[in-house]
Design a binder for this molecule. Structure first.
Ligand code: SF4
Ligand code: SF4
Length: 227
């Protein structure tokens, strides 16, 4: 989810690459589960997150919807996010003991935290992104230094980062196409809705071949049509 705040307000003022050391390691969280509660719709799921969830849980996207995942509007684009439930507004995957029940296949945002992604300013497709440390988000005060790539705990990080960038640019272009729509209110609403549903169907609802690599399937879908 995009945030309209300056980097200086929320970070230590530095940008990090995968080989940099960053003070992000909260040492297994030790009884804290604060960032798994009350997150609203901010833990967005990209297609790879959903692929990992479907593979790990052995279920379909439709099965995830309504039980642990919901759909929300973000910049005019409908995207799935982790659902927060109950009085504590806890993630559906948080156990009574305060642990993540899907740690091995948790979403990218959960792997990042308390890091965030920073995309360069300006219009048009982005060529790269960097990481930043969110200094006000994690409750643990004394965090250890850890290499960014180790913290992300994601196989084939180079390929993953390329995918993250391509997906970011795609969603941005859909949002931009929505903003450019002209016509009557009804016409604009209908075209924006059609674009959102097409994105949702193509990248989330249409079944993936779970026994195969995710990335070629994603890029086949990405190259299929234009907004
Ligand atoms: S707030 Fe920090 S210490 Fe607490 S669960 Fe989240 S990452 Fe772990
Ligand atoms: S998926 Fe796991 S790490 Fe992520 S919010 Fe839910 S319980 Fe926390």
């Amino acid at each position: 989810m995009k945030r309209q705040v300056s980097l200086e307000e929320i970070s230590d003022g530095r940008l990090y690459g995968p080989n940099d050391m960053v003070r992000a390691d909260c040492g297994g969280c030790e009884g804290c589960s604060a960032c798994c509660m009350g997150m609203g719709n901010s833990i967005q799921l990209d297609p790879y997150d959903v692929f990992r969830l479907m593979s790990g849980l052995g279920c379909t996207f439709e099965k995830l919807l309504g039980s642990c995942v919901e759909l929300s509007l973000s910049d005019g684009v409908i995207l799935p996010n982790l659902m927060m439930k109950g009085e504590k507004e806890a993630c559906a995957f948080l156990t009574k003991e305060g642990r993540c029940s899907i740690h091995a296949f948790r979403p990218g945002v959960c792997r990042l935290f308390p890091l965030g992604r920073y995309y360069e300013d300006g219009a048009g497709p982005k060529k790269e992104f960097r990481y930043f440390l969110q200094v006000h988000e994690c409750r643990k005060e004394k965090r250890a230094k850890v290499k960014v790539s180790r913290w992300l705990d994601t196989p084939d990080l180079k390929r993953y980062e390329r995918y993250v960038l391509d997906w970011h640019n795609y969603v941005e272009s859909a949002a931009e196409a929505n903003r450019r729509e002209r016509g009557s209110e009804d016409e604009v609403r209908e075209r924006v809705r059609g674009r959102s549903l097409e994105l949702l169907n193509r990248f989330y609802r249409e079944p993936y071949r779970m026994e195969e690599d995710f990335y070629p399937q994603f890029y086949e879908r990405l190259g299929r049509s234009h907004q």
